[in-house]
Design a protein around this ligand. Sequence first.
Ligand code: NAP
Length: 306
Amino acid sequence: MSRNLLDVLIIGSGPAGLSAAVYAKRANLSILVAEKDYMGTGQIAETDQVDNYLGLPKINGYDLGEAFRNHAEELGVEFFDGMADGFSKEEDVWSVHFADGQTIRARAVIYSAGAAHRRLGIDGEEDYIGKGVSYCAVCDGAFYRGKDAAVIGGGDTALGDALYLSDLCDKVYLVHRREEFRGSPSNVQRLKEKDNVEIITSAVPARISGEQTVTALELKDGRSLPVSGTFVAVGMQPQTESLRGIVELDDTGYIAAGEDCVTSAAGFFAAGDVRTKALRQIVTAVSDGANAAVSAAEYLKRLKHE
Ligand code: NAP
């Protein structure tokens, strides 16, 4: 299907992409949101309980994501299924190439594809994915009801996952490589109050072992934790592989851009977790979406008058 030249193509339908869509649509721009395998508004759907989004305490992550999406849909935002994997530009028009061979043209691109789960890189991890190794407690936790599980990591994701699993599992080990946690102290306190949670700090995972499925998480100090499930929550990696040579990335692979979401490439804007920033939260992603849409609208206005 051939499409008309768009004002803005938004890549990614997480909080940043949807916020950008709402702002761009309200600015009367012609837009489309491209998303790969929609499963509920990106990473946010993997959070059981979001307790720090202003005005909506204790909301379920999936429900918050659906509310964002409904808002965009009510304004008439259209979605397109596709994995963007190539970018080129000719005479102020971006061509975005998709894995299925389609190309969509737009005067501006807002890239808000977020980040993917980082792998731990230890023995057994790859072998047992789907057989006891998971990256999403909210998605897979129910499989471990009444069993023992380990969560690896010390950020908010790991703390939230351990809390979530403590209501399902017999016992939960939270394994963190340092003494101090990166995640919020209130979650650490809640975990300490749980009878079935054992917090193991200064512990580095060495190997995930098992037979058909996982039976143990082995630590470098020689300890072996008898678990059926290992939940890896060691941070995220930005989805920027296809942007190398197109737009400036920082040392860790995030897109270099300030609060205005303007990147090194004219007409290409970065919003959400994929952008260099100090605080990656839903509220900062939503804020980025608004800033990116406004920056894109200003850019399009300048193009018209050139
Ligand atoms: P994160 O904050 O980057 O934390 C990653 C954790 O994994 C760190 O504790 C890190 O240890 C550990 N780690 C990294 N590589 C490791 C390795 N090879 N072996 C062992 N441990 C390793 O990532 P996140 O928890 O996914 O959170 C990402 C962002 O989303 C954060 O800004 C977070 O606040 C936010 N978030 C918010 C909520 C919420 O508000 N409800 C929920 C989830 C996430 P070190 O600490 O030693 O580096």
